[in-house]
Write a protein that binds this ligand. Sequence first.
Ligand code: FAD
Length: 519
Amino acid sequence: EKPFTTLKKALAETKQQRDAIEVGDAVVHWFRMDMRLGDNKALSIAAEKAKSKGMPLICIYILSPQDFRAHFTAPVRVDFLLRNLEVVQRDLAKLDIPLYMETIEKRKRIPARLIDLCKEWGAKHVYANMEYEVDELRRDATIVRECAAAGIAFDVLHDGCIVEPGMLTTNAGGQISVYSPWYRKWCKYIADHPDTLKEYLRPEQNPPEARQKYKALFDVPIPPVPEDRQLTDEEKERFHGLWPVGEDEAMARLNKFIKERIKVYHTNRNLPAGNHTSAISPHLTAGTLAARTCVRESLKAINKTVPTDDRENGSMKWIGEVAWRDFYRHVLCAWPYICMNVPFKPEYNNIEWEYNEEQFTAWKEGKTGYPIIDAAMRQVKHMAYMHNRVRMNTASFLAKHLMIDWRMGERYFMENLIDGDFASNNGGWGFCASCGVDPQPYFRIFNPLLQSEKFDESGEYIRKWVPELKDVKGKAIHDPYSRGAGAIASKNGYPKPIVNHKESRERCLARYKAGIGRA
Ligand code: FAD
């Protein structure tokens, strides 16, 4: 059974039981990837419930090192999360709402611990926003049932997706596997259900007795960073400067993007140099900002209420990109086997991959001799972030030029990105390696040189990230060794291309063809 179905069943089958549960002494909201007070569905509903009964709201956060290991969560992402948690704790405290935090090593202990805490606090209602990964859905299904049996109503709501998974189907009722028709249905769904973009209210002040009654919960320290997710002092300083935290920061970023750049997003979005995109992905991943908010606010700015499939309009094009995030989540819920290290397209299981450590290291270190690839790989090392166009180029280069198993690249991205997100990352890698849902056809192999000339024409992006080439003039920047800049490149220690484009292309076509043929 699909874990998404398991959870839906658990919710449906316990509904009556949960509805019959009388209010307790407090209502609980469980924070996960929704690090904000504004426009947060489960938090808002929990707060509303508490207020209507004159009860306090208690918030909790459970840190699970096992989940970090399972998802290869980057230390920088853990750090971003914990810094956001600090802001959430501070903002809640202003409303006299406590945030209880705890590290639980073994995730199977979470259900029992949650029940114990609820009993301790006299809470009989718990709310959380759904996480769509396999283990998380299964965990929630268990908790729904175990809580119900213990007289506690646990409700899991849709907040991470704008349109709930399972709502947009083919005529036969299945998940749509091609983005464009799926997106048209997504737009129509929002037009037909205006509540989809509704803004959820922030929680209000807790009743005055809350501080006294739950005193011990107010000064709980932020959970320590797990041993295997530590940053160095230098990394901390760098990432803290690059990525300020908090929902106010996220909103400010969104508003600035809408005001200054969204209008020309459709023309500039593919240029990795400069700031042409929103760089909001770390906030969407941590949940300091809701995707719903992004769509609503960008529509509001052009006096619209409904998105359309208009690729020549900057705002609509941007909304279409935000929708990709929903698309990959819907795909994950419908075809959860993609979580098991297998390609979406089973016929791509038989491709012969290389496991060349030396070339993999050259790729990771940004030393492939292809300047656009190297610039991008160094950007991710420095910023824990990479522009979408070059994410596509580097992923394609790994899978198709080096023929290195794309899953090694997928994992490396998760281990290093501040916005690492299973569904979007797996979707992106599947697209580039041609074995994912609605992918690039396998015979379409990006030529890194042409990509570089097209999207970084002046070489600004390369010069920023590959200092060895900063003195290379003109078009030689894209391919210094064959365009007369070999002397500068070699003097500065910049490597020669580790593979030849034409030969790699031919090898890739042959391997893919043979692999698919074997299926
Ligand atoms: P903008 O262009 O401003 O877009 C706004 C938002 O829309 C993004 O923040 C993101 O949430 C969403 N979005 C845009 N493009 C995509 C897309 N292709 N797929 C899914 N969502 C999208 N995105 C992640 O959030 N986490 C990942 O781990 C991740 N891994 C990727 C791996 C590969 C190989 C590829 C090709 C793409 C990956 N993406 C991932 C998608 C995309 O590259 C980033 O979301 C985007 O670059 C983030 O920058 P931005 O916020 O400026 O995007």
